[in-house]
Design a binder for this molecule. Structure first.
Ligand code: ADP
Ligand code: MG
Length: 387
């Protein structure tokens, strides 16, 4: 799960990482009131969307007068921001964060990620933080310092120092402050089961203080049950409504660009189904795992979510009956199709426990269902049907 910058900053503050005070609003008039309350003579108006790269896309603006605060808030609220992370359709900005603008002496990068290829936590720091960190990583990778933790190499204050010296800090006071931020970010990362915790930029101000000017936190969905405080930060406007609805019914659903809707049990089989569709020059419209113990109701819900996607030209239902029996699935499919009466072809491949009974239920239903003998046959039939 993703959260907004202002929410992430509140969590950083709980872990003693210095941030600027700021407030969010949905109206330009409030923006002026907030700027007055914060004081100072220049402010930053920051779009709040779940995407990075806002600065380059015109979603972060500096205001030198209160009139400019209103003007910028007016132009940013309601804009469709398009960055490398939003896709071409962009994201609608509903809220802006107003903060004082600080005098920056240097921008650093600090991030903690779960390194999936190593299965370990990696802490990353760079002296070249800011809006071009991607090109730094690409063009001058030696400027990115990484430390990977493991049970035999756990976090210690030594690691904070190593990274501080690695980004070129020499002043003892600066090293102390930078190391403390790394340690606190690591504590937050572990305490809240993050998958990403990133501060970019982490700036050194003209007053010799470090401040987190931007923050991105991403959480492991499977651990949210342990963190109700984090779970409440979900912004439904930022999530696909279909994905939220699926989650509520216990289905894992991710919307994709293609036109073949997939309803599968088991994440591995769902991945294999998408692969074989691609292999036969088709394109999946979604990933949908109904799980190992799906009920008729869940199969019905899955079908209706897939059918609510107007891109879908054919549905491929691929079930391996283990704990979940093929007859139960077949009943779910028949019930769903009776109720939803889709106008597009439905291809079903059943294998495993009670397969013959399942096939009989489908055949006796009188519904127009294309049955397939195996996964490849199913993929070819789905790709052909979607054309
Ligand atoms: P994004 O990463 O989405 O582009 P950031 O919050 O990192 O958004 O802002 C982009 C840039 O704007 C930062 O690298 C920094 O240079 C500048 N900036 C952001 N907030 C402030 C602030 N409060 N004062 C001064 N400059 C800021
Ligand atoms: Mg940033």
């Amino acid at each position: 799960m993703n959260i907004h910058e202002y929410q992430a900053k509140n969590l950083l503050a709980q872990f003693n990482i210095p941030i600027l005070s700021g407030e969010i609003t949905e109206t330009p008039t409030n923006a002026i009131d907030i700027a007055k309350k914060l004081g100072g003579d220049k402010w930053v108006i920051k779009s709040q969307v779940h995407a990075g790269g806002r600065g380059k896309a015109g979603g972060i603006k500096l205001a030198k007068t209160l009139d400019e605060v209103r003007e910028h808030a007016q132009s940013i609220i309601g804009m469709k921001i398009v960055t490398a992370q939003t896709g071409a359709q962009g994201k609608l900005v509903r809220k802006v964060l107003i903060e004082k603008a600080v005098d920056i002496s240097h921008e650093y990068y600090l991030g903690i990620v779960l390194n999936r290829s190593l299965g370990k936590i990696t802490i990353i720091a760079s002296s070249e933080g800011g809006m071009d960190i991607e090109s730094v990583a690409h063009n001058t990778p030696e400027k990115i310092i990484q430390v990977t933790l493991s049970p035999s190499y756990e976090y210690s204050s030594f690691i904070g120092k190593k990274l501080s010296y690695g980004v070129g800090l020499k002043d003892e006071d600066q090293v102390k402050k930078f190391s403390a931020i790394i340690e606190n970010l690591y504590k937050l990362y572990c305490a809240k089961d993050c998958s990403i915790a990133e501060i970019n930029p982490l700036v050194l101000t003209k007053n010799n203080d470090f401040l987190a000017l931007d923050a991105k936190l991403n959480f492991d969905d499977n651990a949210l049950i342990l963190h109700p405080d984090v779970a409440t930060l979900l912004d439904p406007f930022e999530e696909s409504s279909k994905e939220l609805e699926a989650n509520k019914s216990g289905l894992s659903y991710i919307e994709l660009d293609g036109n073949i809707g997939c309803l599968v049990n088991g994440a591995g089989l769902a991945m294999a189904t998408m692969d074989i569709i691609k292999l036969h020059n088709g394109s999946p419209a979604n990933f949908l795992d109904v799980g190992g113990s799906a009920t008729t109701e869940m199969v019905k819900k899955g079908c209706s979510i897939i059918l609510s996607d107007s891109k879908v030209r054919a549905i491929l239902i691929n079930i391996f009956g283990g704990i979940m029996r093929c007859d139960v699935v077949a009943e779910g499919v028949v019930a769903a199709l009776r109720e939803l009466s889709p106008s597009i072809p439905v291809i079903v491949r059943l294998e495993g426990t009670n397969m013959s009974l399942g096939k009989k239920i489908l055949n006796d239903s009188g519904l127009k269902i294309i049955t397939a003998n195996d996964l490849e046959d199913a993929a070819i039939k789905a790709v052909t049907a979607a054309k």
